[in-house]
Design a protein around this ligand. Structure first.
Ligand code: 4AD
Ligand code: MG
Length: 471
């Protein structure tokens, strides 16, 4: 296999020959020598190339953004890295016109970089984010595999709306200009590709439950889609979700799983993404300097991550949280009353001001939660849980599931889901039903937390948001 810059910098084989292909970050040229900084995305660190004997015609084409192949000799360096590459031959693989290439070596705003999402992975910030994103995905599979969970692939095209929120993207092959109609002049979906109305999935949970009722411990990790028109820094129309589902788990087991799982993946990033996290921490500290004192975060990035890994999450009921919020001195934009859904400002008050640590809220009012959640004896609440994180708000949503056939069927009907639509889901409550529970982690919200970024559009390579699907 060809060597990359990460391997080269780690091996430090002074005196040996090496060939590296990478993109030019910067070039500094004096009369007899040029210093070229190269990066191939394998690490946050650049490789310095020293070019003393390379002809002028080649050097002229080595501009920021160009891709080059360097063959040369590894020598000791007095610069940032222990070694540098003394170029003997340079081949230009792809030029980049300095008049046109938008990523010149200077500070660019995140907003500008979103407009050039096809090039932003070449910046230090975004390459660090995407390496961390990879590491987190890997750690998630590692965690579940080590704990006896099976990775279940649930469908992306479905006929059901698991969350019942009606925020779905339709999937159809019908000609929108010539829609087939039935005798009542409604659209005849029998003529559509699947013979019924279908949409992109909002969650793999319902099918995940079917898996758990056979394999006991499963998880999904796939794309999910929500057509909610909320243009916030926490919402995407296409995002990735991790959904474990476990037979014989009750709410308390589910909470323990969520806490252990989150701590594991964050600890994994701390251990395996040190250079990238240190880079992002420095970047963040720089950015904070321009903010007013009271808006700066109290902990630097690595301290914040270590804090979450080494402290117990606070656990309390929705009812107790509402009491705390009602007694808070802070004036909220949205009023809080038992029965209303908590807004992000409430969640963040609990996490950032009141408890100053991650919080798991449980036992929400039935009315504000999905139909499948386990109904409590009190007749008012369900065995739901939301995990709330500093700077993020809700990172996980989950629950114990209603395993009583009658109760589940009635609740579904109350919210307008007909038994025929989910007959297969309901049947698991008739054939070998058992207590079970699960949750969904929003992957991008996890990446947001770990990287310390503040806009969800900056932690997925090509974000999908209202009116935006360019790349
Ligand atoms: O709370 P949600 O809607 O829960 C479910 O979908 C359940 N079926 C999960 C389960 O129990 N298996 O979504 C789960 C998580 C949220 O806590 C949030 O982190 C993330 O998914 N999420 C989003 N992330 C980005 N953009 C959006 N539009 C999101 N909507 C939810
Ligand atoms: Mg939720």
């Amino acid at each position: 296999m060809k060597m990359n810059i990460k391997q080269l910098l780690e091996q430090k084989s002074i005196g040996t020959q090496a060939t590296i292909s990478a993109w030019v970050r910067t070039k500094r040229q004096s009369k007899n020598v040029a210093f070229i900084n190269l990066n191939d995305g394998s690490t946050i660190h650049n490789l310095q190339v020293v070019a003393e004997t390379i002809e002028e015609a080649i050097l002229a084409k080595i501009n920021t953004g160009a891709c080059i192949k360097v063959e040369g000799n590894i020598v000791e360096s007095s610069g940032q890295q222990a070694i540098e590459l003394n170029a003997e031959k340079i081949t230009i693989l792809g030029e980049a016109d300095p008049e046109k290439y938008p990523l010149q070596p200077k500070k660019h705003s995140l907003e500008f970089l979103r407009e050039i999402a096809h090039l932003r992975p070449r910046t230090q910030t975004f390459s660090a984010i995407f390496r961390i994103r990879h590491a987190l995905a890997f750690a998630i599979h590692q965690y579940f595999n080590d704990n006896g969970f099976f990775y279940l692939h649930t469908p992306i095209i479905t006929a059901s709306d698991a969350e019942g929120a009606g925020e779905m993207f339709r999937v159809t092959t019908l000609d929108l200009n010539k829609l087939p109609k039935d005798e009542n002049n409604n659209i005849n979906y029998k003529e559509d590709f699947f013979g019924k109305e279908t949409n992109l999935t909002v969650s793999g949970q319902l099918e995940g439950e079917l898996g758990a009722m056979a394999l006991s411990k499963i998880y999904t990790f796939g794309p999910t889609f929500r057509a909610e028109n909320s243009n916030t820094s926490r919402h995407l129309a296409e995002f990735w979700m991790i959904e474990p589902e476990v037979a014989f788990y009750e709410l308390e087991d589910n909470m323990a799983l969520a806490e252990d799982f989150l701590k594991y993946v964050i600890a994994y990033a701390l251990k395996n993404c040190k250079d990238d996290l240190e880079f992002l921490e420095k970047r963040l500290l720089e950015e904070e300097k321009s903010k007013p004192q009271n808006e700066r975060s109290e902990l630097a990035l690595l301290d914040k991550l270590n804090f979450v890994v080494s402290n117990d999450f606070e656990k309390l009921t929705y009812t107790n949280a509402v009491e705390i919020l009602k007694n808070a001195k802070k004036k909220f934009q949205y009023p809080v009353d038992w029965g209303t859904d908590l807004q992000s400002e409430h969640e963040r008050y609990l996490v950032e001001k009141h408890f100053q640590k991650p919080v798991i809220l449980t036992d929400y009012p039935t009315e504000i939660k999905a139909f499948y959640m386990k109904q409590s004896e009190d007749g008012k609440t369900v065995r739901a849980m939301d995990v709330l994180f500093p700077g993020i708000g809700e990172i996980i949503g989950g629950s114990q599931r209603e395993d009583n056939f009658e109760k589940l069927k009635n609740r579904a009907a109350q919210v307008g889901i007909h038994a025929e639509q989910i007959w297969w889901y309901l049947e698991t409550r008739q054939f070998g039903a058992c207590p079970h529970a699960g949750f969904g982690l929003g992957f991008e919200r996890l990446v947001l937390f770990v990287t310390g970024m503040t806009n969800i559009r900056d932690v997925i390579p090509f974000p999908r948001t209202p009116k935006s699907a360019e790349f």
